[in-house]
Write a protein that binds this ligand. Sequence first.
Ligand SMILES: Cc1ncc(COP(=O)(O)O)c(C=O)c1O
Length: 489
Amino acid sequence: MSRHEPFKPTCSGVQQLTPRLEPWMRGLLTGSRLETLVKQYGSPLNIQSSEPFKRNLSDLNQVAQKRGLKFKPFFARKANKCLSYIDAAHALGCGIDTASLAEVEQVLQRGVPGSDIVCTAAVKTRDLLQLCVDNGVTIIIDNADELDLLSMIAADAGRRARIGLRLCGFKHEENILHSRFGFPLCDLHALVARCEEQADNFNLIGLHFHLNGYDANHRVSALRQVIPVATELKKSGGPSFFIDIGGGIPMRYLEQSTQWDDWCQAHGEALLGAREPITRDNHGIGRLVHEGKILGTVDAYPPYHPCVQQDWLASILDAPLDASGLDADNGDATIAQTLVAADLELRCEPGRSVLDGCGMTVAAVQFRKRDSQGNLVIGVTMNSTQCRTGFKEFMLDPLLVPKAEDRQPTDAAAGYLAGTYCTESEWLSLRKMRFPMGVSVGDLIVFANTAGYLMHFRESRSHQFDLAKNIFQSDETGPVSFVLDEIDG
Ligand SMILES: Cc1ncc(COP(=O)(O)O)c(C=O)c1O
């Protein structure tokens, strides 16, 4: 198959959601290579490449460079546990965002200096804070108890803890962007005063927010409120000061923009009984019918965003600092220009979006059967936690790679992919799949673009199944080879 020839779908939803595929993924979809790898490492298997990761980070860096900004992305490694990404990010001069003791330990062991690590763990234990203080890791403070504990640890260690304050409660248009994380903006002055009083323990080097969702306008509003305070703090503080805008940079999973709207439309019609169900038992996936109307939204990461990655960041940086345009001092300066003028460093913590194109999860078909309603059920050696995030469903059609040898001819079929857990709700997808070439024992089901959260966020050893192995395709030119990530070593 040539690089540009589309992969002919041998599996797709009855309402299609066609995945975008990287060339390295396409290269693995023909021949017997995948089958050999699954035999060697087990099913399911996470196959990854850090090449798209480097490209995605470089693209972000370029947006900032073009605008003359001091900029540093910190890869949010909670999105994927593999150590290869730490090395790749570090080699590019990027930092790492960590969310647990183990994550910080591993990053330090890879040789990343504390100054290139930020800790944003939601709950920070004494051990974690101690490790951060001892190694100069920047700690993003979420609450007053954390600050109290850190003050004791820093005093005992005789070290100044490098900290950033996490903020929330920004005004956006007529609303407040509420969050359970961080300090309401109105508490900031008292917090800064406390840091100044305890300057022996705390070195306040930045302000931070991470907002729910993916709306660039929310980030613009937050920056408009944070930049003036950060500018003042920079004047009275040390040589550098950062604003960290967290993660939430959106990415696109779909090949075609219209498929998501079409899917939602078809799903709504099915829920209203106007067409055949496209989900198991006409599942609403977060939507329900009330008095002839569809309520709620599909509980899934939206697989299509109109503005993503570097364009999303550019749209924030090029927004005017002054929403009204009435600020005589700043004229119509953009956010980027204001950050440059104030000599503020911009940081971000992308997870999912920089893993775009980096991974796929491959699993073997183990059985086919009919359930008591006559539905085709395809049993796959993989469980639902091995391709899930906090959402109910991953809105991307898997692919089917037919068994390379001795495949018996099978009729076209449609049915549901079931996983290995012993519950009635254990489906790899709630969506009905079509198999134009049928489906055979030994065929492989491939979930594309799973590196961001889908592989590891929910993975569990329930029933004592082994966790999936993680292998990386080598970066070198020449014959393709694979190595086990050291997280599994
Ligand atoms: C504090 C913080 N930073 C960064 C991220 C990464 O977000 P994303 O993967 O959406 O870029 C998260 C995700 O939950 C987070 O909580």
